[in-house]
Every structure is written in structure tokens, then in C-alpha cells.
Design a protein. Structure first.
Length: 180
């Protein structure tokens, strides 16, 4: 069955079609959620809430982007909502007074594995990890990230700059063996 037919049937509350659409996207969206919340149980809860929201708001899906991209945005928003509910996110006073990040400067002097990069990203403080993930992994720009997180673009750029610095620091520790 074509995806457009599947979506059409889902709009008519066809439970079989909804289950087929769920099965098609659940694994990928689970991994998206897991990048943000780090715990399987939380990611599963977010995934369920995201699908409930997607099915209830399916009439808002216009097909301008792929269904997967539309659903991914819902999952990411649910993750951000979960994180905000779990812990109040705050912007430090000094974040507005730091120079802006150079978005293109992500190179390292030496080779590191993807597993090391992923582990280093996971170890970043939450507010930096969120911005780095949204920017590097999801491909959002500063304006979109600031809207998603409810922070200013300056704070977004500052967090990206600091997150990038901390990420490079961790990777250098791994490469040169100076870490603990």
C-alpha cells in the first residue's frame, strides 16, 4: 500500500492503517527520541505521545515535506517538552555577551571514530547537547532551534559555540589520552 493511501486511511481512523504507519516509523523515531532523552522508557513514552499527536493532527499534514520529516518534528518537540518539564531550562546571564559561533568550524586535527563522537556528544551538559544535536544531527538552523527551545538566537549560537568547544575538548582528551 502506498504511503499516501495509508495516510488517507489513517485520517479516516482506520486502526490497521495506523498500526502499519506506526510500524513503518516507530524504530527510526525511537532512535531520534533516544538521542534527546537517553533512557529507553522515556523515549518509548515520548514516541507513543508523538504518534498519538500525529494521528490526532493528521489533518494538518499537507504533504509539503515527507511524512517522516513531519513526524520527526513532532517527536523532537515532544522530547524538548519532556526535558523542559523534567528540568527547568535556564539561560545564564553571560550567554548574551559571548561572541557568536562560527558554524563551519567543526574540524578536528586528527581522526576520531563516530562512536567516540557520539559518546562525547552524549556526555555534554544537557543545554549544550540539545543545541549540538539539533544543529549537527537534525540540521536545524539557529532560528529554528531558538523557536524549538524557546531561547534567543544569541543564546542558541552561544550554546552551540560552548557545546562545540566542550565536544572538541572531550575528543582531544580521547585522542591524546589526557582524559580521566
Amino acid at each position: 500500500m502506498l504511503q499516501t493511501d495509508l495516510i488517507k486511511k489513517c485520517r479516516q481512523n482506520d486502526r490497521t492503517a495506523q498500526m502499519a504507519l506506526y510500524r513503518k516509523y516507530c524504530d527510526g523515531m525511537f532512535h531520534v527520541a533516544l538521542r534527546y532523552v537517553r533512557h529507553d522508557a522515556d523515549a518509548e513514552d515520548i514516541l507513543q505521545e508523538a504518534f498519538i499527536r500525529a494521528f490526532s493532527k493528521l489533518d494538518q499534514y499537507k504533504g509539503e515535506v515527507s511524512f517522516g520529516a513531519w513526524l520527526k518534528r513532532i517527536v523532537i518537540n515532544k522530547c524538548i517538552d519532556f526535558i523542559k518539564a523534567k528540568k527547568e531550562l535556564t539561560v545564564g546571564l553571560d550567554e548574551g555577551f559571548v561572541h557568536l559561533a562560527d558554524d563551519n568550524d567543526w574540524e578536528m586535527e586528527t581522526d576520531v571514530s563516530m562512536a567516540e563522537v557520539h559518546a562525547s556528544m552524549e556526555a555534554l551538559p544537557e543545554k549544550y547537547r540539545q543545541v549540538v544535536l539539533l544543529y549537527l544531527v537534525e540540521g536545524y538552523d539557529h532560528q529554528e532551534i531558538s523557536q524549538i527551545l524557546g531561547i534567543s538566537e544569541t543564546a542558541c549560537r552561544t550554546r552551540l559555540l560552548r557545546g562545540k568547544g566542550k565536544l572538541k575538548e572531550r575528543l582531544k582528551e580521547i585522542v591524546y589520552g589526557t582524559g580521566s
